[in-house]
Every structure is written in structure tokens, then in C-alpha cells.
Design a protein around this ligand. Structure first.
Ligand SMILES: NC(=O)c1ccc[n+]([C@@H]2O[C@H](COP(=O)([O-])OP(=O)(O)OC[C@H]3O[C@@H](n4cnc5c(N)ncnc54)[C@H](O)[C@@H]3O)[C@@H](O)[C@H]2O)c1
Length: 270
């Protein structure tokens, strides 16, 4: 079988761990042909794992790949997805916050060119059930995300809201609002919100509360979905990636599972 050529944009926690999984477990199906990072040293470090890959800029990487893995940032995920899909190349996007609100155009290009547009479940479970319920209507969806304070540090929110994260001694509500605001204020933390909003569609206003909890060692996402067909209570307690406290290890495993199922005739779960 011809291997699917993968290009990885973003050689940080997700890009590196995913590359390791592809090389160790999925190399019968995939071959990593190119990597790209805004930081040259990160790209060079990834070549130690992907020995047959080249360092290319984004345009050349897209041209050389069948499937582009975007694990860079919300600032570039939409543009990388649009350029990949327009060129007929598949895209597995991780920075979902940058795609929310512009997904219609990307879905339309994907349908026109036939290029696969993959949005893995990332740090949460239950998107299958939520998508299924959206067909009969969801009356409310609330996400409570709780993280250790250091996992929230650096978010855009703190430029306009003075919070002494290091001084927090007990579980503290940091933000309460809707999905679009949460994505804008916490772009590196809240891909989960964007995924939930994409799964429900724009008619449901996803409510979000973000908590800082110094007692936590894990990133916790609690999702409450109310619908005439079912009430879902989804709780995910994720260990962080050893390389990036903002990123859950489950997000990396979810991207790997998405790749593993990419060309598989069997699908478990909807
Ligand atoms: N979907 C999810 O559930 C989920 C979960 C965790 C993280 N994420 C998102 O995935 C992305 C990667 O996460 P991570 O933990 O690997 O982050 P990271 O900071 O460890 O790595 C990101 C890498 O991308 C590089 N980069 C940034 N902008 C770039 C650009 N324009 N071109 C090329 N390289 C660029 C950085 O130099 C860095 O090496 C982030 O946007 C993050 O928010 C999504």
C-alpha cells in the first residue's frame, strides 16, 4: 500500500509526540516527509525523530504532503487549513480556536476538492453524542474547565483583567461567558470550547466557565448537555503533556487515533 505523506506544521508538544507515535506505531500507513516550525531549532530537533523528513516552509510542505498536520497556533490554523484544502490536501487541525467562525468556508472547500478536513476530539470525549443530539436540538451546553493556575498563564484575558495567578490559593472563577469570547481570551487553552461549538452548530450558545485551581494536577473539563433525547454529563480529567502544561496528553492521543482511522475501513463509534 502506498504510504500517506504527512507534513507537520508546529514542532512543539503535539507535533513532536505525534511524530513519535507515527514513527513507532503508524509507519505502515504514513511517512512524515516534511516538518515546519517558526523556530528553526524546534524543526531541527524533530528531524531526529523523523529521519526521512525535510524542513520546508509552509507552502512547500503543503505541496509535498498528502495530509498536513497543523499543531502550531490559532493565529495560523485557518490559513494553513484553507491553503491545504484548496490544494486538495487533507488537513488535521489542532488549533481549533482559529477555525471557529470560519469553518463554513473550509467545509465548503473540503467538499469541493474532496480533501479530508479532520478535527480530532482533542482533550475531550463525547463529541459523537453531542453531534448526534444536535439533530434533535440541544437546549443548553455548559463547559466548566478547571486547570492549575500555571496552565492559564499568558492568556490574552490577563492583558485586560488583572489577576494574580501565582497568588491564587483556592479554586477561583476566572472567566464566565460564551464560546467566541472564551476562544478570543484563551486561544491556547480553549480549543475544547471551539470543538463543542463546532459540534453543536451556531444555534446553541455554548456557555463557558474557566477556573484556576491550585490543588489540581490535571486539566479538568466537565460538560453538561441538555437535550430532549438525552442528558449528557461528560467529565475528563486529563494529565498534561510533559512538554506543555497547557496541552492535555489526551489531545495528542486523540490526534493519533484520528490518523489511525484515516484510511481504515472499520470505524468504532460514530
Ligand atoms: N484540539 C485540542 O484539543 C488541542 C489541545 C491542546 C492544544 N491544542 C492546540 O494545538 C496547538 C499546538 O499545541 P502544542 O501544545 O504543541 O503547542 P507548543 O507551543 O508546544 O508548540 C507549538 C509549536 O508551533 C510553532 N509555531 C507557532 N506558530 C507557528 C507558525 N506560524 N508556523 C510554524 N510553526 C509555528 C511554535 O514555534 C511551537 O514550536 C496550539 O495551538 C494549541 O492551542 C489543541
Amino acid at each position: 500500500m502506498k504510504k500517506i505523506k504527512i507534513g507537520i506544521i508546529g514542532c512543539g508538544a503535539i507535533g513532536t509526540s505525534l511524530a513519535r507515535i507515527i514513527e513507532e506505531r503508524l509507519s505502515e500507513k504514513f511517512s512524515i516527509v516534511a516538518v515546519c516550525d517558526a523556530c528553526q531549532e524546534k524543526a531541527e530537533a524533530l528531524l531526529r525523530i523523523c529521519r526521512r523528513a525535510k524542513i520546508l516552509d509552509a507552502a512547500h510542505l503543503i505541496a509535498a504532503s498528502d495530509l498536513v498536520v497543523e499543531a502550531a497556533s490559532a493565529a495560523v490554523s485557518y490559513s494553513i487549513a484553507r491553503r491545504s484544502l484548496s490544494a486538495g490536501k487533507g488537513i488535521l487541525a489542532m488549533s481549533i480556536g482559529g477555525i471557529l467562525g470560519r469553518e463554513k468556508e473550509l467545509i465548503s472547500i473540503s467538499r469541493k476538492t474532496g480533501a479530508r478536513f479532520l478535527l480530532p476530539s482533542g482533550a475531550i470525549c463525547g463529541l459523537d453524542g453531542i453531534r448526534a443530539l444536535s439533530a434533535v436540538g440541544i437546549s443548553s451546553l455548559t463547559l466548566n474547565t478547571s486547570k492549575p493556575p500555571k496552565a492559564l498563564a499568558g492568556a490574552a484575558f490577563f492583558k485586560t483583567h488583572k489577576v494574580d495567578l501565582a497568588g491564587i490559593r483556592k479554586k477561583t472563577l476566572i472567566f464566565s461567558g460564551h464560546a467566541a469570547q472564551a476562544v478570543r481570551f484563551f486561544p491556547q487553552n480553549i480549543n475544547v470550547v471551539a470543538l463543542l461549538q463546532l459540534a453543536t452548530g451556531p444555534r446553541v450558545k455554548v456557555k463557558v466557565q474557566i477556573w484556576a485551581d491550585p490543588a489540581l494536577r490535571r486539566n479538568v473539563h466537565e460538560i453538561d448537555v441538555v437535550s430532549p433525547a438525552a442528558r449528557l454529563k461528560i467529565s475528563c480529567e486529563n494529565t498534561a503533556s510533559p512538554d506543555n502544561p497547557k496541552t492535555s496528553y489526551l489531545a495528542i492521543l486523540s490526534a493519533a487515533a484520528s490518523l489511525a482511522g484515516f484510511s481504515d475501513a472499520v470505524r468504532i463509534g460514530s
